[in-house]
Design a protein around this ligand. Structure first.
Ligand SMILES: [Zn+2]
Ligand SMILES: [Zn+2]
Length: 237
């Protein structure tokens, strides 16, 4: 187990995916797709992760003689990843009829941030940061959030074990990224996502032209409620 680079490497081994692509090995294929080499269009981390996970699904289907054409595979995958418990339950039951453990698959499916780490750290891949559709900024933010949440939940687990913070692992960890206005004595704070959407941190102190500034009538000084995509429970299932 320890000779795998990370969870992705372990999964590739577990499902024997290494030779699942024709003409090259899977890691090289992942790298080429991500950076946009060898005739592959550059792919963002999220669709690449879905592609990888569907390779797992395809392999398991083949092993269990579950027939699925590409579109069926895709819709099964979507149902498995669905937030809708009923939908998810239905596909898990259906898979069970073919002797496939859907819960295990869900555990083994790669997360986008794990894929990002595998690409950048295990495979040393680097995206061309000047290309417009590389989306690397978003990936990096998500990776940072994920790492922080993981570290905090490790700490919470330890504190809970020592009795210093009972129920600590049941807490919801929020990782908002808040930017403060660079101007001295200005207390304006804005969430990263909001600043990025608007193109400025503070309407009073930014270099954007007046036209854009007057566009914003919203209050900047208050940090709004946590965004749903930036939080998780300390103890993921
Ligand atoms: Zn790895
Ligand atoms: Zn300001």
């Amino acid at each position: 187990m320890t000779d795998h680079c990370c969870k992705i490497g372990q999964t590739i081994d577990k499902y024997s995916l290494q030779e699942s692509v024709i003409g090259s090995d899977l890691n090289e294929n992942l790298r080429a797709r991500w950076v946009g080499e060898s005739d592959f269009p550059e792919t963002a981390t999220r669709p690449l992760t879905d592609w990888f996970n569907q390779k797992i699904l395809k392999k398991v289907y083949a092993e269990h003689d579950r027939k699925a054409i590409e579109t069926q595979l895709e819709s099964d995958y979507k149902a498995l990843r669905s937030d809708d418990e009923v939908k998810r339950g239905a596909i898990i039951d259906d898979l069970a009829d073919d002797g496939i453990d859907g819960e295990e698959l869900l555990d083994d499916f790669a997360k986008r941030s794990t894929m990002y780490r595998h690409l950048t750290q295990c495979l040393d891949a680097e995206k061309n940061k000047t290309s417009s559709d590389s989306n690397w900024e978003e990936d990096k933010i998500e990776y940072a959030r994920d790492t922080m949440q993981k570290n905090v939940s490790d700490v919470l687990r330890s504190l809970e074990r020592k009795g210093e913070l009972p129920n600590g692992t049941e807490a919801e960890i929020q990782t908002p990224i808040i930017l403060s206005c660079p101007a001295d004595e200005c207390s304006t704070q804005t969430r990263f996502a909001r600043a990025k959407n608007r193109g400025y941190i503070c309407s009073e102190h930014s270099d954007v032209d007046d036209e854009i500034q007057t566009d914003s009538t919203e209050q900047d000084s208050e940090v709004p409620e946590a965004e749903s995509d930036s939080q998780t429970t300390a103890n993921p299932p």
